[in-house]
Each structure stands twice: as structure tokens, then as C-alpha cells.
Design a protein around this ligand. Structure first.
Ligand code: TYM
Length: 327
């Protein structure tokens, strides 16, 4: 059976970008693959979270995973820092990762630009740790959004390089995965690129119906089409992209036609979009409320998940040590 692995950083509540880019695929893969889904808490340390915030955010992600449909009976669900074997692999793989390629990573350049006072070594080697998360479990498929594509390419490069240096066929090259034709990029509501946690342009799985309506009604639009069948500007295309994710075919066609014959009313489109988003979010939100306060249950899920994940992790590290030449 093929192995699937993916993770999300605990930096706040999950938004529709996380859900449609990653989480929804995790849920759909559980019956057909051996799945590992983890909370990437080591990765979140690059921004030095307060210990109490870190603890709360890990708990949030765990409960939002389960509320979205991840089933601990089917999948191995764990917290990255409960599997410390990854740290040894990370240290070893750092020996084969070059400063130049790490500095050229798009996510590193973006974070360094956003926070010039906190360009730490963990940020530089972020892609190495992510590669180790994947390689330590021998994953074949990695469900992620478009923004993680380069990290997956680097994972393959690190795997190949290790194999070449030691003359082995040890690590396999994992593939970024999505059920749609391409990896997904969910747009934000402010018309400026992707939905993100730090950009305040998102709809979260814990948002109440009234907040979702308010946010969607405030989404950026333009003054409307002036000619039939004209190309959509980015802000409008973003709303249609969201509709593609949450609405029925007939609803999408109705608004496509209205765009094409210039009769579209953005207010109607937004009202419909908000209701369709609510249809996705509301059941998950209600489930989150039940799970979040059940500490004993969440602790058991994490403990049992880590026990399972550590078996393969320890095996990989042992084999890598042997390949490298340690006794
Ligand atoms: P993170 O925490 O930034 O995002 C988690 C997942 O959500 C996806 N995502 C999106 N997809 C589409 N549109 C968006 N607007 C959007 N925003 C977020 C991301 O693509 C990602 O799949 N480095 C990873 C965490 C990680 C990981 C791993 C993932 C650590 N180790 C190993 C896979 C395998 C990250 O920061 O994701």
C-alpha cells in the first residue's frame, strides 16, 4: 500500500486554503493509503511562539484535523515533536544541503523579506526539515497546496543527492498530490494572492455563519464587466475560484452566464458564495467545538499516533546511520 504523509504548521486556526489545499485531500485518502498526518510544531518555532500559544495551537490543529474527518483509527495522527527521530535525520541531511539552494527557496526569500530581523538558521533549513518529515516515513504521496510545490522538488533533490553520495537506492522520491488536475491555490478575499494565516484575508473553519457572510460581502470586487465575454480581472476570478470549490455546477454556470452577458450582480454572487461556504464550514465548526475541550481524547490520539510514527522513523534513522558509516 502506498504511503501518504502531510502536515500543517500550528500557527492559528485552519482556513479554507488549508482545507481545500491539503486537509480535504487527507480525508479522502484515508481508505486507500497508509496515511500519516502530523502537526508540524518544530516548523512553527521559526517565529518564536510563546509556549502557551504553541500548546494551544497544536491542540487547535489536532482538533480541527479530527473535526474535518481525519480518523485516528484509519490514519496515524501525530505531533512532529513527539517523534524526535526526525531531528537526527534533519542534522544528517543538513550536511548535504547547500546554502545557495536554501537561500534561493521562494518561501525563505519571502519570510526573510517580511521579517528581516529574524532570518534564523531554522528558516534557512526549513526545506530540509520538511524533506526529513517526508523521507523518514518513506512517503510516496504528499497532499499539499501549490505553495509547497518547491519544497517537494527540494525533497526529491535531497533524496537523490543522498542516494548518489552513498551509492544506494535508499530514499524514494515522493510526489506532491492533489485530486484536482493541478495543485490548488485558494485565493484570499482581499484580491491579493493566496489565503494565508498572517494576511488576515481568510475564512476559518471556526468562523460563525454571520462572520463568514460579513467577510464574503466585504470581498474586493470591481465596477463590473463592460463587454460580453470579457476576461475576468483577478479579484473577480478569485470569487469564481472559491465558488468552484464550494458551489454546485448549476450555481457556477448561472453566475458564469451572468458575467458573460454583463448582467452579473456581485451582491447576489457574494450572498450565494457565503451560503455555500457556510455549508462546508458549519458542520466542521460544530464538531471542533465538541472535540477541542476533550483533552484526554486528544492526548490519547497524539500518544498513540506518535507510538506508531516512531516505529518507521526509528527504522529509517537506524538504516541511514548504517549507510553513512556509523557503527
Ligand atoms: P502550512 O502550514 O503553511 O500550510 C498547510 C497546508 O495548507 C496548504 N495551504 C494552501 N493551499 C492552497 N491555497 C492556500 N491559500 C493555502 N494556504 C495553505 C499548504 O500548501 C499546505 O499543504 N511546510 C508546510 C508544513 C509541513 C509539511 C511537511 C507539509 C511541514 N512538513 C511535510 C507536507 C509534508 C507548511 O508550512 O504548510
Amino acid at each position: 500500500m502506498e504511503i501518504v504523509l502531510s502536515g500543517i504548521r500550528p500557527t492559528g486556526d485552519l482556513h479554507l486554503g488549508n482545507y481545500f489545499g491539503a486537509l480535504r485531500n487527507f480525508v479522502k485518502m484515508q481508505d486507500d493509503y497508509k496515511c500519516n498526518f502530523f502537526v508540524a510544531d518544530y516548523h512553527s518555532l521559526t517565529t518564536h511562539p510563546h509556549p502557551e500559544d504553541l500548546r494551544i495551537n497544536v491542540k487547535k490543529i489536532l482538533s480541527q484535523y479530527i473535526a474535518s474527518g481525519l480518523d485516528p483509527e484509519k490514519s496515524t495522527i501525530y505531533v512532529q515533536s513527539d517523534v524526535p527521530e526526525v531531528c537526527e535525520l534533519y542534522m544528517l541531511m543538513n550536511m548535504n544541503a547547500y546554502i545557495g539552494e536554501l537561500e534561493r527557496t521562494a518561501s525563505f526569500k519571502e519570510k526573510a523579506r517580511q521579517n528581516p530581523d529574524n532570518v534564523n538558521a531554522g528558516l534557512l533549513t526549513y526545506a530540509v526539515l520538511m524533506a526529513c518529515d517526508i523521507l523518514i516515513q518513506k512517503a510516496d504521496k504528499v497532499p499539499v497546496g501549490k505553495d509547497q510545490e518547491q519544497h517537494l522538488e527540494m525533497t526529491c533533490r535531497f533524496a537523490r543527492r543522498f542516494n548518489n553520495i552513498y551509492g544506494v537506492e535508499y530514499f524514494k522520491e515522493p510526489k506532491a498530490f492533489s485530486f484536482s488536475k493541478d495543485l490548488i491555490k485558494v485565493p484570499g478575499l482581499d484580491g491579493t494572492g493566496k489565503m494565508g494565516k498572517s494576511t488576515n484575508n481568510g475564512i476559518y473553519l471556526i468562523d460563525e455563519d454571520k462572520d463568514i457572510r460579513k467577510k464574503v460581502m466585504k470581498a474586493v470586487t470591481d465596477s463590473g464587466p463592460t463587454e460580453p465575454n470579457q476576461a475576468k480581472p483577478e479579484v473577480i476570478q478569485n470569487l469564481f475560484t472559491l465558488m468552484d470549490l464550494v458551489s454546485d455546477r448549476s450555481t457556477i454556470e448561472h453566475f458564469e452566464n451572468a458575467w458573460n452577458d454583463c448582467s452579473i450582480r456581485y451582491g447576489d454572487l457574494k450572498k450565494q458564495l457565503a451560503e455555500d461556504i457556510i455549508r462546508t464550514v458549519a458542520p466542521i465548526r460544530e464538531h471542533i467545538k465538541d472535540i477541542y475541550n476533550d483533552d484526554a481524547y486528544l492526548e490519547r490520539v497524539a500518544r498513540e499516533g506518535a507510538e506508531k510514527a516512531r516505529v518507521q522513523a526509528a527504522k529509517t534513522v537506524k538504516e541511514v546511520r548504517q549507510i553513512i558509516g556509523f557503527k
